[in-house]
Write a protein that binds this ligand. Structure first.
Ligand SMILES: C[S@@+](CC[C@H](N)C(=O)[O-])C[C@H]1O[C@@H](n2cnc3c(N)ncnc32)[C@H](O)[C@@H]1O
Ligand SMILES: [Zn+2]
Length: 499
């Protein structure tokens, strides 16, 4: 779904004009946690090597967060206010040169602070898109401050067709401070359809059970369910059975469970061998032999089927999560880390979008809630956080949770990609020709047209800042723009953002 090479659906971050190995070969060990800025670290990670990403980045909430002194997370702090000082000019250059749709989204933001935040997020989402496998999924946790802009960024990076759901998590029940106070967060989910697992189902509402499952016998609670379906049929399902003609019952036909959970339950528990019976009438007889037909007392009433409540019957979670309470101060899992999320929330997402041994990645892992939840469900995991407290907490939390010592790798270095094959010299003729075609001869600085010989190949992100020699990081500048590049200051960025 998240095919990095599909133009039009998603932004092309991976050029295919040199050999790129698109296999999931991680260049890190399972259970690695990095301390550092996630951007250079992700730039060093191999493409298509992660199955599930959950990120809970700063929200641009204009707040500063700090853990209480004395808590397990003491020392953890991060600011959530964005200014132009947080933005590297090269990032904007990269977006302008290579991702025009993203550029549009950024310029749709109203304030410089919001634009700065979106640039910060956009460059990171591009890396996440590259790192995620084409079968993978990504959940972006945010709040109403920026969720509307972030959804546009996600559409631009991952493709609108990959959008799966916008989840609302009711994170608090009461806010007495103001009318229409915010009680929810938003989780944007893109990627592959979530799976329905019995242990991810929610308990049925007792009121619903009382209202709908009114009958009860030794086999459990049951409700009376129609045995017919819309439209008549000329086959056996349209013929009368025991004197009841479905055609005369509003033009219908016999419709009995054939597939799905209830058919399986009948076959395995209520009437063993049911699915082996051939023929509609024979199956109806079989159901009756096993007392699964509800013969209503009222004269002329059509027979129905007894639908028992399945032992693990539950509601599939919807995109409205109201059953996961926020972390209380006294909760055992509370580390005191600012903005810590409940394990139950992460467990639900991880179960729905990954399998055993898949790689779960959290690039803003905080006190490692995602990593603990992944570990609990036998997923592989990696995480990054800029705060050193995260590393300390992950080791402690996983040990406390699983009750054993785990081989956790703590790193601060930037990994080196091993999936690029041989990249040609950045300045080679092939690159220059490709870029000349891509930019149609226009200098990416002054936007003027130049003849081929007056243009020079330039690194968008300098090599000294982790920018590579691959085409996704190269552009053509005219000789004069190339000379002045590097001398540009804040005014240049201000002018660009003002447009
Ligand atoms: C909202 S918190 C995440 C909380 C986490 N979900 C949990 O349950 O503990 C955001 C985290 O992002 C981290 N952070 C901020 N900027 C970062 C960056 N550039 N690279 C890596 N981590 C960063 C902060 O230190 C903070 O821990
Ligand atoms: Zn120029």
């Amino acid at each position: 779904m998240l095919d990095a090479s599909v133009e039009g659906e998603a932004i092309t971050v991976q050029r295919t004009d040199w050999k790129v190995v698109r296999v999931a070969e991680p260049n890190w060990a399972n259970k690695t946690i990095w301390t550092g800025d996630n951007l250079p670290i992700m730039r060093g990670m191999n493409s298509a090597s992660v199955d599930l990403i959950y990120l809970d980045p700063p929200f641009n909430s204009k707040a500063n967060y700090a853990a209480p002194i004395g808590s397990e997370a003491a020392g953890a702090e991060f600011k959530d206010t964005w200014t132009l000082q947080d933005v590297d000019i090269a990032w904007l250059d990269l977006i302008e040169a290579k991702h025009p749709r993203l550029n549009k989204v950024i310029h749709a933001a109203m304030s410089k602070s919001d634009k700065s935040y979106l640039i910060y997020m956009a460059v990171r989402l591009l890396e996440m898109h590259r790192i995620l496998k084409s079968t993978g999924s990504i959940y972006l946790h945010c709040d109403p401050t920026m969720s509307h802009y972030l959804k546009l960024l996600m559409d631009a990076v991952f493709g609108k067709k990959s959008f799966q759901s916008e989840i609302t998590w009711q994170r608090t029940s009461s806010h007495n401070d103001r009318v229409f106070g915010n009680v929810r967060d938003t989780i944007l989910f893109y990627g592959t359809v979530a799976v329905d697992l019995p242990d991810n189902r929610l308990p049925l509402d007792p009121e619903y059970v009382r209202k709908h499952y009114r009958h009860e016998d030794s086999r459990g609670k049951w409700r009376s369910h129609d045995l017919t379906g819309a439209r008549t049929s000329s086959g056996e399902s349209g013929q009368p059975w025991r004197g009841f003609d479905p055609a005369s019952y509003g033009g219908r036909h016999w419709s009995i469970p054939k597939i799905g959970e209830y058919a399986k339950y009948i076959d395995e528990v209520l009437a063993p061998g049911y699915l082996k019976i051939e023929g509609i009438h024979a199956r109806l007889d079989f159901l009756d032999e096993h007392e699964l037909i509800h013969w209503q007392k009222k004269q002329g009433s059509f027979p129905c089927i007894k639908r028992y409540l399945l032992p693990d019957q539950g509601r599939k979670p919807t995109n409205l999560f109201t059953d996961i309470p926020p972390l209380s101060k006294s909760a055992q899992e509370n580390t005191g880390y600012p903005t810590q999320k409940p394990l139950a929330l992460l467990e639900r997402l991880i179960k729905a979008s990954s399998e055993n041994d898949d790689v779960v990645f959290d690039p803003f892992c905080g006190c490692a809630t995602t990593l603990v939840a992944a570990d609990r469900h036998k997923r592989n995991w990696i995480g990054i956080d800029i705060s050193p407290v995260a590393m300390r907490l992950v080791e402690k939390r996983i040990k406390d949770d699983q009750g054993m010592f785990q081989d956790i790798q703590s790193r601060v270095d930037i990994p080196e990609r091993t999936d690029l094959g041989d990249i040609p010299n950045y300045n080679c003729v092939e690159n220059k020709k490709f870029l000349f075609g891509e930019q149609e001869g226009i200098c990416n600085g002054c936007q003027e047209y130049f003849q081929y010989r007056h243009l020079e190949v330039d690194h968008i992100i300098a090599r000294s800042q982790g920018g590579g020699d691959h085409l996704g990081n190269l552009q053509l500048l005219c000789t004069s723009c190339n000379r002045i590049k590097g001398h540009r200051g804040q005014e240049y960025l201000l002018a660009k953002l003002a447009t």
